[in-house]
Design a protein around this ligand. Structure first.
Ligand SMILES: [Zn+2]
Ligand SMILES: [Zn+2]
Length: 438
């Protein structure tokens, strides 16, 4: 196995500059979720240059390329996310859309392509069985919610995130194990957390009554006051959240009124409700709904609460995580890796971890804070090349040696949900409720 791993690493290292170039090229063309057509085009071209057949325009912008050994065995997906997010003022932000790669997804695509170089090397492929599917996934960042909700309403999408959409389209039916690498600023080369929060998303509209803010405020119903009271009422829930549930509720007001001399008649707010388990999320979101209604009730406004499915909590597969970290330790030494506990952010890799063995490790090469203006790729080799090497090596662990290890992990895995159960839970989150005076 070590020999095959060395061959894969050597193949990737020989094309090191190409991997760095593609990572940087995508860095400079950030696109938002479900709009990543150009980024997908770059990935497609690269995969085709390796002789892989690519099927694209899956879930609007996603693509898949299959590397088949021709021998029976499990199918491993190596994934990368295509999208950027809006970070106003980021030095590399797109001038028109404000999109910037301040979460490092450009590095994910570079890493996935690097893994494809290593695994498609003929001498490597000859030592493997089963199949590897490279998947460029749209829209992990849960942004531009109204745009995506309209795509759902017009039946162009089932869900608002890329991986849930792939599940809904049954594009992962043939995948047994999946992996990706997310970048993060950290001291260690690589880390794997035990778990991540899941979330639901709320789009909220307070409706009051406009009136002259100076001359006749008594004739109005102030929707901004309703929203402010609701935010306070949400804060009053926080002492009821248990530490172990890692609840995060972080509303923003997206429209606070129209002109200053009119009592605001319509105010909108968005929030996620995150937590470590589905049970904890559903408990917290009921409290959030109650708080939103309390704000409306206090001033006699109406509140419309639209709840949208977010992402499932992530449970990293422990053994896969260990295999991954062992490969990084093999490259950079035993002190280069770290295991973490729970992380409070959310990712739609959580959804896949309910269906199959999945890992979402972190690797470095970055400075600055995630989703901020100072997020910078400082070591392209670490951010673009090494994740590809580590994923190729982990895939070799699974599919080398007759595919025994991969086969065993797949057989032993007890999925928390079937695909049907997953779709039922996520679909049930979609609801709109209105509360107000008769
Ligand atoms: Zn992000
Ligand atoms: Zn991210």
């Amino acid at each position: 196995m070590n020999e095959i791993k060395d061959l894969a690493r050597g193949a990737i290292e020989r094309r090191r500059q190409d991997v760095i170039d593609v990572g940087d090229r995508i860095l400079h063309m950030p696109e938002l979720g479900f709009k990543e057509y150009r980024t997908a085009g770059v990935a497609k071209e690269f995969l085709e240059s390796l002789g892989l057949a690519v099927r694209d325009r899956i879930a609007l912008t996603g693509l898949k390329a299959t590397l088949d050994t021709g021998r029976p065995g499990p199918t491993v997906a190596v994934m990368g996310e295509l999208d950027a997010l809006v970070v106003a003022g980021h030095p590399l932000a797109d001038r028109e859309t404000g999109a910037a790669h301040a979460c490092g997804h450009n590095g994910q695509i570079a890493g996935m392509l690097a893994a494809a170089i290593g695994l498609s090397e003929p001498a490597v492929l000859a030592g493997l069985c089963g199949r590897v599917v490279f998947i460029a996934v749209p829209a992990e960042e849960y942004v531009e919610v109204e745009y995506r909700r309209d795509l759902v309403r017009s039946e162009r999408l089932h869900f608002l995130g890329g991986k849930p959409e792939l599940v809904a389209l049954d594009e992962l039916a043939d995948i047994h194990i999946c992996m990706m690498v997310h970048l993060a600023p950290m001291e260690h080369r690589a880390g794997v957390a035990e778990s991540n929060n899941g979330c639901v998303v709320k789009m909220v509209r307070f409706l009051g009554k406009a009136s002259h803010a100076g001359g006749a405020p008594h004739d109005g119903v102030n929707a901004l006051n309703a929203a402010n009271l609701a935010m306070q009422a949400i804060h009053a829930q926080r002492e009821t959240f248990r530490d172990e549930d890692a609840i995060r509720v972080h509303p923003i007001i997206t429209r606070g009124g129209d002109i200053v001399n009119v009592v605001p008649a319509e105010v909108t707010l968005e929030t996620y409700v995150r937590g470590k388990t589905l049970e904890a999320i559903f408990d917290a979101e009921a409290k959030v709904d109650r708080a939103l209604k309390a704000g409306a009730m206090a001033v006699g406004a109406t509140v419309e609460i639209e709840t949208l499915p977010g992402y499932m909590p992530l449970q990293n597969h422990a053994e896969l995580g260990d295999l991954f970290l062992a490969n990084v330790a093999g490259m950079f030494g035993p002190d280069s890796i770290k295991k973490d506990g729970h992380r409070a952010g959310s990712t739609d890799m959580g959804d896949l971890s309910h269906l199959m063995p999945a890992i979402h490790p972190y690797m470095n090469g970055i400075t600055g804070a995630g989703h901020s203006v100072d997020w910078t790729v400082t070591d392209q080799g670490a951010a673009y090349v090494d994740p590809g090497v580590a994923m190729a090596m982990t895939t070799i662990d699974l599919l080398g040696n007759g595919g025994q290890q991969g086969e065993r992990i797949v057989n032993e895995f007890q999925a928390p949900m079937s695909r049907d159960e997953y779709l039922e839970v996520q679909r049930a989150v979609f609801r709109t409720e209105a509360f107000g005076p008769e």
